[in-house]
Each structure stands twice: as structure tokens, then as C-alpha cells.
Design a protein around this ligand. Structure first.
Ligand code: COA
Length: 387
């Protein structure tokens, strides 16, 4: 059967809707989003029929305070009758060459199963998802700052708070650019957004939904986003949620990563992850991605390594990193990284010993400590988006 890989046009949208609905159940019906700016859909057409899809989004992520051009991948779906026929590989190649032509150095996605993407060099870097707490578990929290309801003219205040939080972390999207012009579906039907202020200075915010259940036991206060720049702002946000104890039994929070700092402020151990947690995976599209990252001050190093049959050397000096191809590094028993090791190193998600444990890293271990100083010390992985 002849297979053609090509961009999806508006004429294909009806087939695309059927494919996405069959794969993911109902979407939120926002089919206008198929033609939204900042994204490109490709299809694998078998005998003219849309058999598989992939979607590229133009994103930028924060890593170490630097903005890294990122290919966001969504909408991976293969029609039931065409699974197991290697249709994902040519689609992924098409997307990857599009991303490289845009100078995007990394690609990221939320995986329904990590095994689908490992063979393409993606590695899990963190996990996001909802957690539930009894409202009563927040009763002992005492926050003292002020609260006010956000209005239509607070968009910049909210983005400013988000950005201050995001640039301190590794992984969050900048939420700038055309792909972000469409409202985030998770913030649909909000009851409101509450801003936390300290003497008129915004220090955090909560986006929340009261839900329609009238009964205490069934009522949940959903918080798809809670950003707090300091402990008192977080305590104040939690105190506001605690005040719902007479009418709602549970709070549902979106947790932005494996290490969620709110847990250091909670007075009790209550913390129940729900089944919707999703791994966030990253792939380094080009080793030059490392050139974008600053190096820790005071570290000077020359670190040879191999990926497959290719030799590379990482030069670290005066707060900068530079990777260059080095055929000499491809000989002997050097430090050997699987493509997934590039991903977890770039993100700072796994130290060398853990990379060795999961088969991402092998060979010479003399430079392990230096790599760990460069890539894993002091990193704080998180993301507040889900796509
Ligand atoms: C997931 C999906 C795209 C895979 O396509 P496919 O043609 O069935 O894939 P293949 O059988 O060729 O397998 C490709 C790789 O994915 C892995 N894989 C496929 N389904 C998997 C699953 N459910 N769990 C873990 N790994 C899986 C295979 O092991 C294989 O890995 P390898 O290349 O390292 O050997 C397809 O089954 C699908 O559309 N599923 C429903 C929608 C979905 O989950 N999309 C992914 C959104 S993130």
C-alpha cells in the first residue's frame, strides 16, 4: 500500500477529528484549535486515507534561566487497523526535520506510555498530575497576606508571576508565542483567579473551580494552577482553600513535578496522586542544545563522550558549554551515552549512577562526578502545562 507523509490540510480535518476521537475519546470539542497558529499537523495517508497523525507546536522552554526553542509534540495517533506497521517513524522524522529547520534543539511530549517514544531517544524527565487532599488537612495553615479577585486587566500581572516562577525552574514553557494564543483548556470554566498580594505587591495566584456538586462529600475545589513565589504567599493561598471546609471535602491540585515544594509547607501527610499523572519526556534533537546552557561558575573541563558511533567533546569554561564533534572520542572504551542519556543530562533529571542503573550510560566512569556537578546539582524540574 503506498504511504504518503504530508501536511494535513483543512480538507483532511473531518478524518483527523475521527482519528483523534477514536484514540483519545471525546476531545473538548475545540476543533477550531486544529487550525490554530503555532502548530503544524502531518498525516500518514495510506491509499489516500488518513491512517496516522502527529502535531508540532512551536514552544520555548526555560532551562537554567535560558529560553530553549522547543518542538512540542501532541496528537500522535494511529488508526487501529494500521498499528504495528511502523507508521510513527516516518511521521516523527518529518516532525524532527521541521523542528531542526526551525533551530529547535529539543523536543518534548506528554506520553500515554513511555515505551512508545524511548526508541526515538526520548526520556522521562518528570511527571505531572493531579493530587487530592482533604480540605480539613489544610486547617492548620495560617497565611497572612491579602487576596483579591483577578480582573480582565490582570493578564500581565498573572503572566509576570508565572514567568518569575517559571524561569527559576527547568522545563516550564515560556507561554509566549502563537501556540499560546488559544486559551488553555484546563482553565476553561474557572470560578475565578485569586491573586495573593503583600502590601499591594503580587506574590502568587490560584486559578480555581468550585464545581457544581452541592453535597459536601462530593464537592471538590479544583486548582489547575497555584503559583506562589514565597512561603507566605503559598500559605495564604492554602488558607484561602481551607476556608471551603464547610462546603467541600476535597481540594484537587495540579502538581508540577516529582518534587513539589508545596509538600514542605503542608502540615499533614495527606497527598493522594490521582490516576491522571503523565510523564513528560524530552529528546535532544541536536547536541548543540548544550551550547545554550550556562555552566556552573568555576568549572573548567574537557569531557569526551560517545553517542552511538559518533564521538563528541564537551568543553566547559568560564560559565559556558560548547559541544563539538570529535572523531577521536569515538575510539576506545569511552563514556557512552544512549540518546536518552543526552535527554536526562540536558534536563538534569538523573545523576550518572542512576543513568548507569537504567542502561542509559555505560563505559568509562571517571568523569561521572564532573557531569553530575554540571548537570544535576541544584536543578529544579517542573512544568505547569500539559499538552
Ligand atoms: C501508541 C501508538 C501511536 C503506537 O503505534 P503502533 O503502530 O501501535 O506502534 P508500534 O507497534 O509500531 O510500536 C512502536 C513502539 O511503541 C511501543 N509501544 C506501542 N504501544 C505501546 C504501549 N501501549 N505501551 C508501551 N509501548 C508501546 C512499541 O513497543 C514500539 O517500541 P520500539 O520501537 O522501541 O520497539 C498507537 O498504538 C496509538 O495510536 N494508540 C492510541 C493513541 C495513543 O496512545 N497515542 C500516543 C499519545 S502520547
Amino acid at each position: 500500500m503506498p504511504t504518503q507523509i504530508r501536511p494535513i490540510t483543512p480538507d483532511d480535518h473531518e478524518q483527523l477529528k475521527v482519528l483523534l476521537t477514536e484514540a483519545f475519546g471525546t476531545s473538548d470539542g475545540d476543533w477550531a484549535g486544529l487550525a490554530a497558529q503555532g502548530q503544524s499537523w502531518w498525516g500518514a495517508f495510506v491509499d489516500g486515507h488518513l491512517a496516522a497523525t502527529i502535531n508540532h507546536r512551536e514552544y520555548t522552554s526555560w532551562f537554567r534561566g535560558v529560553e530553549v526553542p522547543t518542538a512540542g509534540i501532541t496528537g500522535v495517533s494511529i488508526a487501529a487497523e494500521y498499528r504495528g506497521r511502523q507508521l510513527l517513524r516516518p511521521l516523527m522524522e518529518e516532525l524532527t526535520s521541521h523542528a531542526r529547520s526551525r533551530d529547535e534543539r529539543i523536543a518534548t511530549l506528554f506520553a500515554t506510555a513511555t515505551g512508545i517514544y524511548r526508541g526515538f531517544g526520548f526520556s522521562r524527565i518528570l511527571q505531572v498530575g493531579s493530587v487530592e487532599l482533604p480540605v480539613a488537612s489544610l486547617a492548620r495553615v495560617r497565611g497572612t497576606l491579602d487576596l483579591r479577585r483577578a480582573g480582565d486587566d490582570d493578564a500581565e500581572v498573572l503572566h509576570g508571576l508565572y514567568e518569575q516562577w517559571a524561569r527559576r525552574h527547568d522545563g516550564p514553557l515560556t507561554r509566549r508565542g502563537p501556540a499560546h494564543e488559544r486559551p488553555d483548556h484546563r482553565f476553561k470554566d474557572l470560578t475565578g483567579t485569586t491573586i495573593v498580594e503583600d502590601a499591594g505587591e503580587p506574590r502568587g495566584y490560584l486559578r480555581w473551580k468550585r464545581g457544581t456538586a452541592g453535597d459536601w462529600a462530593d464537592s471538590v475545589i479544583e486548582v489547575p494552577e497555584l503559583v506562589a513565589l514565597d512561603a507566605e504567599a503559598m500559605r495564604t493561598a492554602l488558607t484561602s482553600l481551607a476556608s471551603y471546609d464547610s462546603v467541600a471535602s476535597r481540594v484537587r491540585l495540579f502538581s508540577p513535578g516529582d518534587v513539589d515544594t508545596v509538600r514542605w509547607l503542608l502540615p499533614s501527610n495527606a497527598w493522594t496522586p490521582l490516576a491522571d499523572t503523565e510523564p513528560y519526556m524530552l529528546r535532544v534533537l541536536d547536541p548543540s542544545a548544550f551550547d545554550l546552557l550556562p555552566a556552573p561558575p568555576g568549572v573548567t573541563a574537557t569531557l569526551p563522550f560517545l553517542v552511538g558511533d559518533d564521538g563528541w567533546v564537551l568543553h566547559v569554561d568560564e560559565g559556558t558549554m560548547r559541544i563539538e564533534s570529535d572523531p577521536a572520542a569515538a575510539t576506545g572504551m569511552g563514556r557512552r551515552l544512549e540518546p536518552g542519556a543526552l535527554a536526562v543530562s540536558f534536563a538534569g533529571a538523573l545523576a550518572s549512577s542512576a543513568q548507569r542503573e537504567v542502561g542509559l550510560l555505560s563505559g568509562d566512569d571517571r568523569d561521572d562526578t564532573l557531569w553530575d556537578i554540571l548537570f544535576t546539582s541544584g536543578r529544579r524540574l517542573a512544568t505547569r502545562d500539559s499538552f
